[in-house]
Design a protein around this ligand. Structure first.
Ligand code: ADP
Ligand code: MG
Length: 265
């Protein structure tokens, strides 16, 4: 019983008092988060709220203070390649695939994180089963020999998620994966996240409330470096402070649109 509890605890990501200070400016300010396995967590909030910086700190790209505990390790004291090897992976707002290499080659390189040099040599003889599985899962089997550079925007994001699958990432932090996608691509992405989310801890950064509404199990709202509130979609939407933050944004966007229209007229 004690062991069961420990196994459960060690597989979720616990963030406490996470702070990222850029020369006195706290882009992330004392953030607490508990991210459970098997749930689709969404991290929302206006531009500049600190969402990307939070993910940067958890994945070792910027220095954070506080605690980010996963499998009894504090990620904040680890280098980014160690964090990847521990099973914590992320994607970026702009896709970072090797454009001139094929889909298959991109996946093979990503898989190298866990493979010995001998394994890499052996792998060249055929497609390893976990790469085949990742291709299937993200729906890119038929495009395996195509250079990643000619993939559609949505497909590049799916390839990146495939790269996390072959890395065996158990925690996936996805920075605006559906930005710029068509409605159809969004739906496919949401379903993909549901399929792979059962046995993983997935955190999705997203602005679009429709997407959040359709797929989120749990939502954390950030504003000015802090957690404004957290809860189910219904709870978060009913929160007046969230409406203020988002209405503020909408009013700003509307004013910009109007100004652009006037300038064009
Ligand atoms: P979000 O992803 O929520 O839009 P970011 O995490 O990118 O927000 O940025 C949060 C704040 O931190 C912004 O005000 C941004 O300008 C600032 N910021 C991000 N990176 C740096 C940096 N390297 N140095 C200084 N300020 C930064
Ligand atoms: Mg961002």
């Amino acid at each position: 019983m004690t062991e069961d509890v420990r196994a459960e605890q060690s597989d979720h990501l616990e963030v406490q008092g996470l702070t990222v200070d850029f020369d006195g400016f706290k882009a992330v300010n004392n953030v607490d988060l508990t991210l459970l396995q098997g749930q689709l967590h969404f991290l929302i909030g206006p531009n500049g709220a600190g969402k990307t910086t939070l993910v940067d700190a958890i994945t070792g790209l910027v220095r954070g203070t506080g605690l980010a505990q996963y499998r009894d390790r504090d990620l904040l004291s680890m280098r980014s390649h160690q964090i990847t090897r521990l099973g914590v992976g992320r994607t970026f707002q702009t896709a970072t695939v090797f454009e001139e290499l094929s889909v298959l080659q991109n996946l093979d390189i990503a898989g190298g994180v866990h493979r010995s040099a001998l394994g890499l040599l052996r792998a060249r003889r055929g497609v390893p089963p976990y790469v085949e599985a990742a291709l299937e899962t993200v729906g890119l089997s038929h495009l395996r020999h195509v250079p990643a550079g000619i993939l559609a925007h949505g497909q590049k994001q799916w390839l990146e998620i495939g790269m996390l699958l072959v890395q065996d990432a158990k925690v996936m932090l996805l920075d605006e994966p559906v930005a710029g996608m068509s409605a159809e691509e969004r739906e496919e992405t949401g379903n993909l996240l549901r399929r792979i989310g059962h046995e993983r801890t997935i955190i999705v950064i997203e602005h679009d409330m429709d997407f959040v509404r359709n797929y989120a199990d749990w939502v954390t709202v950030m504003h000015a470096g802090k957690v404004l509130t957290a809860g189910t979609v219904a709870q978060v939407q009913a929160d007046e402070r969230v409406q203020e933050v988002y209405l503020g944004r909408t009013a700003e966007a509307a004013a910009e649109e109007l100004a652009a229209e006037e300038a064009g007229a």
